[in-house]
Design a protein around this ligand. Sequence first.
Ligand code: UD1
Ligand code: CA
Length: 464
Amino acid sequence: MKLGVVVLAAGQGTRMRSERPKVLHALAGRSMVAWVLASLDGLAVADCVVVVGHGADQVAAALPAGVSSALQAEQKGTGHAAQIGLGALDATCDTVLILCGDTPLVRSELIAQLVAIHVSAGRPATMVTAVLDDAGAYGRVLRSLAGDLDAVVEARDATPEQLEVGEINAGIYVADRAALEAALAGVGTDNAQGEIYLPDALPLMGGPVGIVVSDDPLVVAGVNNRIDLADCEAELQRRLRERLMLDGVTMTDPTAVFVDHDVRVGRDTVLLPGVHLRKGSTIGEACAIGPDCIVSASHIGDRCTLITTHVYESAIADDCQLGPFAYLRPGNQMHAGAKVGTYVEMKNTTLGAKAKVPHLSYVGDAEIGEATNIGAGNITANYDGFRKHRTVIGARVRTGSDCVFVAPVTVGDDAMTAAGSIITHGVPAGALGIARSRQSVIEGFTAKATARAAAANEKDKGNA
Ligand code: UD1
Ligand code: CA
């Protein structure tokens, strides 16, 4: 047996009401079609073709390496799409697995079981069905008295009695390639949609079709509108959270934690409500994340604390503290034990070990040495209106409150800057940089000013 796979993904998905091709809608950080392809993990697949049509270029461009596409220029039905896919499939594949691009909950266990049963039973085709409480718009599975498949009837073509049938076609099939090609050639378009229906080929396979009834109806759920999309997202989130919890992650309210499929979280880390972990982020062990954090395309070390903080494309080492209300834009690196505190925005900056930016600051395009403390309200003025420049601050530096560093500028190790200074020139190591006008004091000012004001009032009254 040499297995080829055809994924049907050319449909417009009209009911999604979207500019985006249906199979490119994202679930837990990856496209619907990528979820379907992931169900092939662990299966020996010789060739895989995705049939594309609506948004063909976009869909083809989103496919992983090793998966090719075939164009179905006009969508004449699932049977027609299967014919196009078969036409593009490696000629040496004698068995074909057909999946729909809009069933993202399908699991590799089910596919493996389907293929194994197909091979051992030796039927010309084997299909997956499920029994639903509400069979809705799915195709109904009509069986003979002996229990074999008679036909699949689409909901739109079904009689009221047929609509009562709870067993539905999941749209997942494995078949002898030559038999399927011959059967499809004999399928007409005499149905409500005037299309070539793939399930209509099943009774023409030249022998009884095997049926695998999935014990989990969710596995076969198809996405046709945004309500289905949200339901599938909820199910995928449930699976991903369960995997994390079984791996040793605590979630005080799992329904309020949202993770992408490729996120990793270490043991004994606690995820509080409102946490969103995205784009392959990795979180170390024994961290406390949340409430209300976004971590995207970032690495967080062990024992870090993040409270109400957003982190994008940054690398945070062990024992760091962030937030509440810190915003890390792309390109930051925080070394061990560093801290970014309340109302701090940081971008493209390296913070040395144990360096701190505790309050109300903007730090961009900067390098800050170890154990340096940035005072409250400091700003790196990194943009001169034309170009960005770097601020380099050494180790063990203490900057006063409300300093502005007009980049490019360098402050040496162990230096200090006075509060309220606009630092425009380098401060050497160990020096104090002070850049503000000296305070003057006017003795007895308040009394004199009060007397002057009283005299002016008297004069106004006299004039009235
Ligand atoms: C289909 C089945 C139905 C089954 C259900 C399971 C048919 C006729 N009906 O219905 O029995 O219960 O799936 O989810 O097969 N596609 C193409 N080209 C086309 C038409 C469709 O590539 O010309 C693709 C779509 O992009 C989609 C898949 O085939 O990924 C299924 O098509 P869809 O229109 O969603 O079929 P359903 O009405 O859901
Ligand atoms: Ca569908």
